[in-house]
Ligand binder design. Sequence first.
Ligand code: HEM
Length: 476
Amino acid sequence: MGTIIDFLAILATGALLYTINRRRKPSLPLPPGPKGLPLVGNLFQMPAELQWIKYHEWSTELNTDVLHLQVAGTDIIVLDNYNAAADLLEARSSLYSGRPRMVMVMELMGWDFNFGFRYYGDYWRKHRRLAQTSLQATAIKQYRPHLAQATRKLLKRLLDERDDGNLIPHLRQLTAETILSVAYGIEIQQENDPYIKLSEAANQGAIIAGVPGAFLVDTIPILKYVPAWFPGASFKQKAREWHKMTRAMTNLQKIEAGEKDDAFTEDVLRNTLAALYSGGSDTTVSTIATSILGLLEHPEVVKKAQAQIDSVVKPGHLPDLDDEPSLPYITAIVKEALRWREVTPFGVPHALSTDDEYKGYRLPAGAIVIVNEWAMLHDENVYADPFEFKPDRFIDPETGKIDYSRARDPGHACFGFGRRICPGRFMAFESLWLTIASLIATFDIEKAKEKVTLPSGEEVERTVELTHEYDSAFVA
Ligand code: HEM
């Protein structure tokens, strides 16, 4: 029954859009895109995963930097190249700073508190201002003691539990401690703190549901009115469970106990904190984990970094952020991790507010605009051997210093574009840098020698597979 309703809704939406489109009589063509079916467009061609690879293949086949897809009446524009992203999202940022409607996440799961998902307007502006002021490059220097403390606690936990083998919970604890102590002076005392657990569960829901096309209700919003008991409407039950977690995450008492700034109301503070926590935790955890994967594959990189640390940092001391200019190889490792397996391969979608024209094409108002960061960060004209983990690509062999004329700073794409660019990017860099430097200074990073026993009893070598859920980033 659910399927019949879905189908009728697709037909109705398609027919309506067809009529509107006929009336509009566009003068310019839409950008090239794969040929779709009548009414539903490319709905059935949309990849369920690794979308960025398919988008790049289509762009290459059609020889275009700007790709057009249409999914049951919704226009999607994919920007496959840095210049197109800069021309539109930065040079015309007043048109391209919206976010698409996300029915599942925002309207059913309660994520409308998060300015990162909000339309471009007053709510977004107010929260963004607070986030940006607190996290700008000069402001974050004051948080360095918090970063140092959280990093030292991480090292201690790892030293105490060397045989545990699962690094991810420790990294989560690290990012939670950092962000919460920076934002509100909240000290997390115990491991497995309930706030961290709750936030993870809520975040995980948003990650799953935030992937464009993950739930049909995003494509056909009217489905949100289908009652939860209705056959085929299991998404409503899922949304209800996730909604409870979201609410609990934003309402915890300890946030009220934090310091308050008179310029912002308690709601703005609370919602901004939750947005920063959700924007900053998984991304940072995942990038540290990626760095470690790269280092595991390249013991020579670890050795080189350790030698540099030994030549700069006094014996018995740990590197700190003041050492950053003298430890370019650590910077190169962090930059390579941000590029090699970037956390957000197609960024966070933007939305176009009014009709626009670009390179002779019409870009329709309301289109979802996706930036293919993966394609930009794996462009072999910019990064030789783009799928290899090679921090040396950023280093001038003569001087040993960073030289972005050899390979572009991945920061040009990995943190997004225009007015929506990641406000946490400076803090992310400092936090990644300090963690990686401290881990390399303290530990040898090597692959586990022992094999893994599968449930079948078979013994196999450890391998790595990346998933959407970072829990399973290190799998047998
Ligand atoms: C490796 C680390 C990180 C990466 C790769 C990353 C990447 C991104 C990207 C691609 C966007 C979307 C930009 C756009 O729409 O064009 C974004 C937005 C955002 N990020 Fe980050 N981020 C990271 C760390 C952080 C941290 C540490 C924080 C907070 C302390 C943070 C908070 C946010 C917020 C709140 C937004 C939404 C901004 C808005 O819509 O105005 N991120 N990030």
